[in-house]
Design a protein around this ligand. Structure first.
Ligand code: SAM
Ligand code: SF4
Length: 352
């Protein structure tokens, strides 16, 4: 996410004015950051994820994506992030990354890293990949493997991370905090430091299943009292986070902790503030559906098999979202932490 803010804040004054105007007058802006869920399939069976449980659809072709990338480049897109399912299962990934790079767009991705041998690491980086997010849910192998569905995945993920680390400029570690792993995270900063990680992204669990869920109030209190303070001290020392809120993701007040235990992680931010995601971001899924962001499935704003991205992005349905009254759109949006930080920064920028 840091790159994303950097993108917005390192732009020229003219661009910032365009962006302010787009918010004030409901125009679209050009700070486009796109997520593409390339594939629904996955080689792992994580307890907290529904991708591997869903039916598989035929993959969209590389030519299909190239046409979309052409449009995105014209619209001013600066970054395309691949996710899934497991994006490394997409057969022509490197070709697509190269195509994106040649259009002047930065390509990044999130992976479970189990498929990154040395050859794959080299080919990904040669194609133009500069940044990767790798998901490892615990410094303790047994805990990661329990969450991710089988023995040996932790070792494969650590090997994959180590294979690609020397070649990429920036490597983030994604960790989904849940009731199974939270106690083990006390040594996470040391683990991340040893692996040469640049940032740790602690992610609260969404769409929890009965087996692996949100932390209870008592578990969050335990995390806040015994685990987070140690993590914070080390993570700041190693430069793995920027501030306290990145470790204390469940908040600290009684109200915030209670809300977080119910899956509402934005600490009430959207009660008084807007979400600017429809101006800055879009998600394309493996069926070509265009959605507001990767966390919500509805509404579908259009399908790229039937319409161009430009028509969808400039269309009535999208523009309706770009009014302050309409975003955030749902209860699920209101509890989401994903874009809260960028929304806060945009708010500060607009109020300057
Ligand atoms: C859906 S995965 C796809 C990329 C890749 N397969 C991986 O696991 O990194 C993208 C990110 O979402 C995280 N994730 C999976 N299930 C989640 C959940 N229920 N709540 C929050 N994050 C989740 C993963 O750990 C990963 O960092
Ligand atoms: S590796 Fe990623 S996509 Fe696959 S099941 Fe796990 S979280 Fe989901």
């Amino acid at each position: 996410m840091k790159q994303y803010y950097a993108l917005i804040f390192s732009t020229t004054n003219k661009n910032i004015n365009n962006f302010s105007n787009s918010i004030i007058h409901n125009f679209q802006n050009k700070f486009l950051f796109i997520k593409i869920k390339l594939i629904n399939n996955c080689n792992l069976h994580c307890q907290m994820c529904n991708h591997w449980q869903q039916s598989n659809e035929p993959l969209l072709s590389i030519d299909f994506y190239k046409t979309v990338v052409d449009e995105l480049a014209l619209l001013g897109c600066k970054r395309i992030h691949f996710t899934g399912g497991e994006p490394l299962l997409y057969p022509k990934l490197e070709k697509l990354i190269k195509y994106i790079k040649n259009k002047g767009i930065k390509a990044t991705l999130t992976s479970n890293a189990t498929l990154i041998d040395n050859e794959k690491a080299v080919s990904l980086v040669k194609s133009g990949l500069k940044k990767i997010n790798i998901s490892i849910d615990s410094p303790i192998a047994e805990i990661h493997d329990k969450i991710r569905g089988n023995k040996g995945y932790w070792e494969k993920a650590v090997d994959g991370l180590s294979n690609i680390r020397p070649y990429v400029k920036h490597l983030d570690l994604n960790v989904v905090i849940n009731s199974i792993n939270y106690k083990s995270l006390v040594t996470l900063p040391d683990f991340a430091m040893q692996l040469g990680v640049n940032n740790i992204n602690l992610i609260p669990i969404y769409e929890h299943t009965p087996d692996i869920g949100c932390l209870t109030v008592e578990q969050i209190q335990e995390y806040n009292k015994n685990i987070a303070p140690i993590m914070l001290q080390k993570a700041l020392e190693y430069n793995l986070v920027e501030n306290e809120s990145e470790i204390f993701i469940f908040g600290t007040t009684t109200k915030e902790v209670e809300e977080s235990s119910l899956g509402n992680y934005s600490h009430g931010y959207y009660k008084t503030n807007n979400c600017y995601v429809p101006w800055t971001h879009s998600t394309i899924d493996f069926s070509g559906n265009v959605k507001i962001c990767c966390k919500i499935n509805e509404p579908i704003l259009g399908n790229l098999k039937k319409e161009s991205f430009t028509d969808i992005w400039n269309g009535i349905t999208y523009n309706k979202l770009r009014t302050n009254e309409n975003m955030p759109i749902s209860k699920q949006c209101k509890g989401c932490l994903m874009f809260a930080k960028s929304n806060l920064k945009i708010n500060e920028m607009l109020n300057k």
